[in-house]
Design a protein around this ligand. Structure first.
Ligand SMILES: [Fe+2]
Length: 272
């Protein structure tokens, strides 16, 4: 295994924003350094239990709706995930390994943040256009370090800091996208097909060419079998759920893929 650390990019605004890609798990703690928006640890391998899990997700035999434990200790989370998967179609070996891995994610978040309570969410889903580029938020004053694990399926996409025009542009995009989604919802309620089509066209244009990208290149993808430590932002830095004290709200800009194979994803962050 390669243990060399490499930086995918060093951003322009500000100079120190960066994403680190490495095959050495020891570098995970670099997420605590100022300006590091993500540390992507690659080449974790694909043990037999993940192969089995993948096969069940791909054939829709293992389907988990969006599940959130919003504020739990490690012990409480362990009990919840064990109960959750008790009657699943997973074999006992896969079930135990998955529970252990999810609890390991929470423990890892505890090690990185020193927090005692966590928000864990996980789900299976087929890629779709519901969600685009965003940063996630933590409750006020909670540590902003989070972990994301895609166990199988299409890989998470992200923006390298050097391809960001500026944070103000990014948050403007988030605001504009939400405005179009709201317009579509209102038009549907009124059964106004023309208004819905116009808003949908504006949304498609935004997604085709996000205005905060310096270069319209294909997004970076988190490699399969990776663990991502990333920065969320403090919710106090977001106004109205979407906007902007942009200078202090630097986080990992990412999105779920819009096409590809079904995924099973877990995310954990400190809740207090
Ligand atoms: Fe996210």
């Amino acid at each position: 295994m390669e243990h060399r650390k490499c930086e995918v990019s060093i951003g322009r605004l500000p100079d120190y924003d960066r994403v680190i890609v490495t095959s050495n798990r020891q570098y995970l703690q670099d997420i605590l350094a100022p300006g590091v928006l993500a540390v992507i640890v690659t080449a974790l391998g694909k043990p037999a239990w993940i192969e089995e899990l993948t096969a069940l997700v791909m054939t829709a035999k293992f389907v988990i709706p969006r599940t959130i434990y919003p504020d739990s200790t490690i012990d409480k989370t362990a009990t919840s995930v064990t109960t959750m998967f008790k009657d699943s179609p997973l074999s006992s070996g896969v079930r135990d390994a998955l529970c252990e891995d999810l609890i390991g994610l929470v423990s890892c978040c505890a090690d990185l943040t020193g927090a005692a309570r966590f928000r864990l969410r996980f789900f299976t889903d087929v890629p779709n256009c519901r969600c685009s580029y965003h940063v996630d938020a933590v409750p006020p004053r909670a540590p902003t370090t989070a972990l994301v694990r895609v166990y199988c399926g299409a890989c998470t996409e992200y923006v390298t800091p050097s391809n960001l025009t500026c944070w103000e542009d990014f948050y403007s995009y988030v605001y504009m996208r939400k405005r179009e989604l709201d317009a579509i919802a209102v038009a549907r309620e009124r059964v106004d097909l023309t208004a819905e089509a116009r808003a949908a066209a504006r949304l498609a244009r935004l997604d085709e060419r996000p205005p905060f990208l310096s270069r319209p290149i294909a997004p970076e993808r988190v490699p399969p079998d990776s663990l991502v430590a990333c920065k969320f932002v403090d919710s106090r830095d977001l106004w109205g759920g979407t906007h902007v004290r942009a200078r202090s709200a630097h986080g990992w800009i990412h999105r779920s893929p819009m096409v590809g194979e079904p995924r099973f994803v877990a995310t954990v962050n400190a809740s207090a």
